[in-house]
Write a protein that binds this ligand. Structure first.
Ligand code: GLY
Ligand code: MN
Ligand code: MN
Length: 471
């Protein structure tokens, strides 16, 4: 397993503390377990991304407290006690000893003492940094501790007067990835790219969408992803036009285009890949026309990427390229500049070109600062994902175009002079058709060996493949 080193987690904490003003304290809560059903079945635990980014500690019910210049230690964790009886049921816990020994904490206290101890930590501090408004229970705990610290003011203590949102500092750090993070994100991408290849190869009309989801999930899990980064989208035909379709229960028809948007999560780092391919392995006329517009747009956007480039330039290029393509095939009529001004593309293209990617699929970080678009910087990771979606009954659109939904999504990292594409799943029409043809041949060989009737693959190709020793 690739992991982020403890040294890197420690460096992140130091970098964050170095940005805090004097006499401040920062608090970052872990995720809590969430009941799924009944009284004790919980959803699979997923650590809070901010907390994970600073600790690598994967237990619920904990709070990280950073107190720059504290004599007894700057890095404090409140966490669960060890509990041999509970651990038999729900797994090992680090406890306070493990938190200091294995996770670089200077001190660790029982989580049950958090409310009691927090006012002590607040004494003589002027500012409290925490993720304001994300967790009501945590907000209340902070306010309660604050009021108790204020009660001490009469006895000469000072209590913090400034509540500051930690997000801006921490999320700015998360936007630019370290070398270790990029290695892990490449791994998540390699696994997920292969999962997409497998799904293309195994696709047969008549299957259900969830069968392809199973291929994708199976491969990601088999190679070390402990979850998907988000609910896998497997949409065939009309479902490809639903942007975040996750039902995945429809049967795949012969002439459907299938859109799969799925990425494994490796060490809590997301991949987010979309591929679109024909169920029968051959793009039909209108499908191919729309596919080529989206692919051409995606390649244009990729070619632009380099440090300093402004997000908005990418977005404007995306809209222009898709609009030009829609005019070329007759789905929009008129002058491209006027069509862009009218946002005539919106019935077919209604999302942005991409987003930051990291511990979260739609990762932390701001896109506009003080009214300005920040330029791209080396080691930023994000997605490039243009798409076109033509739902049935789109006004003014001939039926032959209906139910074509295409998105092509890659994950990229900005380098010193350009970008590197982390995603390797095939995306040209020729590469996808070749991969799926190969799958036809394999299925046919399998069928021949099982003495079944073989349709649609010519026997010469099969015999040649057998002669070459392929299985
Ligand atoms: N999978 C969600 C997205 O592409 O943004
Ligand atoms: Mn996606
Ligand atoms: Mn995405």
């Amino acid at each position: 397993m690739l992991t982020i080193s403890q040294q890197e987690f420690a460096q992140r904490r130091q970098r964050l503390m170095a940005q805090l003003p004097p006499n401040s304290i920062a608090l970052i809560p872990a995720a809590t377990e969430i009941l799924r059903n009944g009284f004790d079945n919980t959803f699979q635990f997923r650590q809070n991304s901010d907390f994970w980014y600073l600790t690598g500690f994967n237990e619920p019910d904990a709070v990280l407290v950073l107190i720059p210049q504290r004599a007894e230690g700057e890095v404090v964790l409140f966490n669960r006690p060890t509990d041999p009886k509970a651990e038999i049921w729900t797994g090992r816990r680090a406890g306070q000893v493990g938190a200091c020994r294995d996770f670089g904490m200077n001190e660790a206290f029982l989580i049950d003492t958090f409310d009691e101890k927090l006012p002590e930590f607040f004494k003589d501090k002027t500012a409290v940094y925490y993720p304001i408004g994300r967790n009501m229970h945590f907000d209340r705990q902070i306010l309660k501790a604050m009021n108790r610290a204020r009660a001490g003011v009469r006895r000469g203590a000072t209590a913090p007067n400034n509540f500051c949102n930690l997000d801006a500092l921490l999320h700015t750090m998360r936007v630019v990835k370290s070398e270790q993070e990029i290695v892990i994100m490449q791994k998540a991408n390699d696994i997920s790219s292969e999962a997409h290849r497998l799904a293309m190869r195994s696709c047969q009309p008549g299957q259900y969408e969830y069968e392809l989801e199973a291929i994708i999930r199976g491969h990601c899990y088999k190679h070390g992803c402990r979850d998907m980064a988000y609910g896998a989208i497997v949409g065939a035909g009309e479902n490809a036009c639903i942007l975040h379709y996750v039902t995945n229960t429809a049967q795949i028809k012969e002439n459907d285009l299938i859109l799969i948007d799925a990425g494994g999560e490796y060490e809590n780092y997301a991949s987010d890949i979309t591929r679109t391919f024909p169920a029968n392995g051959r793009f039909q006329g209108e499908q191919k026309a729309i596919y080529e517009i989206v692919l051409d747009t995606q390649l244009k956007l990729l070619a632009l990427l380099k440090p300093g480039l402004n997000w908005d330039v990418i977005q404007q290029t995306c809209r222009r390229s898709l609009t030009e393509g829609l005019v070329d095939v007759g789905l929009l009529q008129g002058n491209v500049d006027s069509l862009l001004e009218q946002q005539a593309y919106t019935p077919f293209y209604m999302h942005l070109f991409g987003h930051y990617l990291g511990l979260d699929t739609h990762d932390a970080g701001s896109y506009k600062e003080n009214g300005q678009w920040p330029g791209l910087a080396p080691n930023m990771v994000f997605t490039i994902e243009p798409g076109l979606y033509i739902s049935a009954n789109t006004p003014g659109v001939d039926e032959r175009w209906w139910n074509i939904g295409v998105r092509i999504e890659d994950n990229v990292v900005i380098t010193q002079d350009g970008h590197r594409n982390l995603t390797t799943a095939p995306k040209t029409v020729a590469d996808i058709e070749a991969l799926m043809r190969d799958q036809d041949v394999q299925a046919a060989i399998h069928d021949m060996q099982s003495i079944k009737k073989v349709k649609s693959v010519n026997s010469e190709t099969i015999n040649k493949s057998i002669a070459e020793g392929r299985k």
